[in-house]
Design a protein around this ligand. Structure first.
Ligand code: UDP
Length: 323
């Protein structure tokens, strides 16, 4: 059985939907940002906190857990600057409690959701896993700290793990039964689609004087279902006994500027956006694009869904959003 911590959240719930086809799944989520309705009914659901040793101990005693996949983190860069305690408390301290209980119960397989924010402002155009990690905000630091802890646990306790560094997760399940739902929403694609649906007045473009072709920031958008399939390959590798301390980037290898994303949303939906130029947002690097060559070579994974597909699936979800 696989324990998915944070399985009611955006990325976790998409992973669970794929994973229940292959494995027995138990989801632990405290529902602070996740949605009970997003959890596939084939998974066992436990409402509880990953920082609570008793909740965790109960799960490990009740179910034969072979591996843990950990999605339960706060992930807003700006918020992490305003409230670093929240980030270190949850993303670091609570995760350490989870790892402690895993070690106590002799569960040694772990898949960890990390982030492109560990790279800070890279000085290369295409980021690979050898690019130096120099986070520029508490969110990025909190994730990198856990990466370090995993490396040390591997050496001392024989922990096997895969770290997946996501670039910009976006899109929705193609059934539109689950999708992205944050409150407040801060991510670019849902904000544009909400504007196109008349749910917000305008889309603000945060900075148009960056050193990029059109002056707006470039990001690498990756479909949430592609993220899910990478997790399943990583899990299969761990469950078949592969010793691992691997780190993989997950992206499309293609960068799109904020303006290009807006144009693509307009093209896919046939609706024109109301756009205003605004100031830069603190902590935004000009360009973050992944090389995912390593996971392709080692696990045979690559992104299958392009930006149009990401937006088309997200559009279906936003038109009939259920939670
Ligand atoms: N962005 C924007 N307007 C918005 C939200 C985001 O211009 O209302 C920009 C943001 O500055 C960044 C890109 O869109 O360059 C992606 O931002 P998002 O918050 O979606 O993801 P992040 O890259 O911060 O993880």
């Amino acid at each position: 059985m696989i324990l998915v911590v944070g399985g009611a959240g955006y990325i976790g719930s998409h992973l669970v939907k794929e994973l229940v086809e292959k494995e027995e799944v138990v989801v632990l989520d405290n529902l602070t940002t996740g949605h009970r309705k997003a959890v596939d009914s084939r998974a066992v659901f436990v409402e509880g906190d990953l920082g609570n040793e008793e909740d965790l101990q109960m799960i490990f005693k009740s179910y034969p857990i072979e591996a843990v996949m950990h999605f339960a983190a706060f992930s807003l860069v700006g918020e992490s600057v305003v409230d670093p305690l929240k980030y270190y408390q949850n993303n670091v301290a609570a995760t350490l409690t989870l790892l402690k209980v895993m070690m106590k119960n002799n569960v040694k397989n772990f898949i960890f959701s990390s982030t492109a924010a560990t790279y800070g402002i890279p000085d290369v155009e295409l980021i690979d896993e050898t690019t130096p990690t120099r986070p520029i905000n508490p969110y990025g630091h909190s994730k990198l700290m856990i990466e370090q802890i995993l490396s040390d646990f591997s050496k001392s306790y024989g922990l096997n793990y895969v770290i997946l560094r996501y670039f910009n997760a976006a899109g929705a399940h193609q059934s539109a039964v689950i999708g992205e739902s944050h409150d407040p929403e801060t991510h670019l694609i849902p904000i544009i689609l909400q504007q196109l649906l008349g749910q917000r007045e305008k889309v603000s473009v945060f900075g148009s004087d960056y050193d990029t072709a059109d002056g707006t920031c470039i990001r690498d958008y990756i479909h949430v279902t592609d993220l899910a399939s990478a997790h399943i390959l990583a899990l299969e590798a761990l469950l078949t006994g592969k010793k691992s301390t691997e780190i993989y980037n997950l992206g499309n290898g293609l960068g799109y500027s904020v303006k290009e994303v807006i144009e693509t949303c307009e093209r896919v939906t046939g609706v024109e956006a109301n756009v205003e130029m605004a100031d830069r947002r603190a902590g935004d690097p000009a360009m973050l694009v992944a090389s995912s060559q390593k996971i392709f070579s080692e696990l045979g994974w690559k992104a299958e869904r392009n930006l149009e597909k990401i937006i088309a699936d997200a559009w279906k979800w936003h038109q009939q959003q259920q939670y």
